[in-house]
Design a protein around this ligand. Structure first.
Ligand SMILES: *Cc1c(COP(=O)(O)O)cnc(C)c1O
Length: 451
């Protein structure tokens, strides 16, 4: 394979344009460069990085890894010549404005005309801020999330010293409504975390019914849409998922990760609150960052202080090129991801060598090689994962509780967990490469005689 390198020329041109804006300043001679030293270290780095999987190749169909769009990569690099800090306007005037615009567009994508929100390091920090605000509003009350919610909610509740309880899932990895209602009856629940696309399987929790329960019991809803959020733009979701995304504007807070499906480099998460007045919890009086103006400094509404302005610049540039529009090119990318997942899933489902659980709601599929016992399925899954990697096809292994799958898989549950194969079909090339992926998988199965 070859890497895209043409865009480097555009970066050079853009750097000259950026430089023009500062041409009235006297030269400061501070940029003397040891080019030989630089060259030798950077070439060594290139060698070192051969150790990575080829994440941007379509044959990497394992974990959630999607290459940033070239426009994001270029905008990020361009910003590096200034290295703005979006903590305060003094450090990042232009990039703070770009962040506010980009975040407002994301809020609008979810149906919010007003909001409070900002970018941050990723889904973990974003969820922490949302849980922290929930904890401030509902002091002493429980946070609950499904067993398939990201493990970060349990851990962050610990950090925030908020009581946490997990709720059982049904056989499609969605929060079980009866289990939730049982807990709501017995416990003082302050916040229900609704996962809009679980990390393991892309399952969307039943938001409509949870909104009904909210009317009955009263609690905050936090939507963890770190992975799935952008799928609200996709026109090819099944009814259940579509209906859930349709009412996401009724939740209290939302987390979405531009660094997952938003074509951004890592270090770009986003948290949004429906009620801007929660900004009061962030209030502080910093003696040293807020000299320049009365306008909002993003540091007044974020927990992190210094943050990369470059992330905001990259996101803004990407959204400028690929606006968040239903039916637009960006939305089509998500639709194609789902289409790729559905196609591969259909092939696997109709093949007697495999076990499947449920069709993908977004673009993640899970399956397993046939076996009579959970332990046997687990060890075969791992063997296939290894064998596929030797054929350059990179899958992932995911563990699921037997409790979740025992209603659909009639096997001997000799172990409480089962390891399955998992594939995130999230890359632009996956639609074209689906057939190749299937051929390699088929070949691996024949070689290993898994029948
Ligand atoms: C990835 C993910 C997180 C954690 O986000 P990071 O960006 O990895 O910190 C939280 N929740 C869900 C549903 C996720 O998919």
């Amino acid at each position: 394979m070859t890497f895209e390198k043409q865009s480097i020329n555009i970066l050079y041109e853009a750097l000259q344009r950026l430089e023009e804006g500062f041409k009235d300043l006297p030269d400061h001679g501070g940029d003397a460069l040891d080019t030989e030293g630089l060259r030798s270290v950077i070439l060594e780095v290139a060698e070192k990085m051969h150790e990575n999987y080829p994440y941007h190749h379509p044959l990497y169909a394992g974990q959630m890894l999607k290459p940033p769009h070239p426009v994001a990569r270029l905008a990020y690099m361009l910003a590096m010549w200034l290295n703005p800090n979006n903590h305060a306007l003094d450090g990042g005037r232009a990039s703070s404005a770009m962040e506010k615009e980009a975040v407002a567009e994301i809020a609008k994508m979810f149906g919010w005309e007003t909001h409070l929100g900002h970018l941050c390091g990723g889904g973990t920090i974003a969820n922490m801020e949302a849980l922290w605000v929930s904890g401030r509003l509902n002091q002493g009350k429980k946070i609950v999330a499904s067993e398939q919610a990201h493990y970060t909610h349990n851990r962050l509740s610990g950090v925030l010293q908020l009581p946490f309880q997990s709720i059982a899932c049904d056989s499609r990895a969605k929060m079980d409504l009866n289990a939730l209602e049982d807990v709501l009856k017995k416990e003082d629940v302050g916040t229900v975390v609704v996962t809009m696309g679980t990390t393991a399987t892309g399952s969307v929790d039943p938001l409509l019914q949870i909104l009904d329960l909210k009317d009955k019991y009263g609690f905050r809803i936090h939507a963890d849409a770190a992975y799935g959020g952008y799928f609200t733009l996709a026109g090819n979701l099944d009814t259940e998922a579509r209906n859930a995304f349709h009412r996401i504007d009724e939740v209290d807070s939302i987390v979405v990760d531009p660094h997952k499906h938003g074509l951004q480099p890592y270090g770009c998460g986003c948290v949004l609150f429906r009620d801007p007045s929660v900004g009061k919890f962030y209030k502080h009086d910093s003696p040293y960052t807020y000299f320049s103006s009365a306008e909002l400094h993003l540091g007044e509404i974020t927990l992190e202080c210094s943050r990369p302005g470059a992330s905001a610049v990259a996101l803004w540039a990407t959204m400028r090129m690929l606006p968040l529009e239903r039916g637009g090119e960006f939305a089509q990318g998500l639709e194609n991801a789902r289409k790729s997942a559905l196609r591969l899933f259909e092939k696997i489902r109709s093949d007697s060598r495999f076990l499947t659980a449920f069709p993908p709601e977004l673009d993640i599929i899970i399956w397993a090689p046939l076996g009579g016992k959970a332990s046997e399925i687990s060890s075969r899954s791992k063997e296939i994962f290894e064998a596929a990697a030797e054929h350059n096809l990179h899958l992932a292994v995911a563990n699921f509780p037997g409790k979740m799958l025992e209603q659909i898989w009639d096997i001997d549950w000799d172990e409480e967990q089962v390891s399955c194969l998992r594939s995130c079909m999230m890359k632009p090339g996956h639609l074209q490469w689906g057939e190749n992926i299937w051929q390699i998988l088929d070949c691996v199965m024949k070689d290993g005689s898994y029948s």
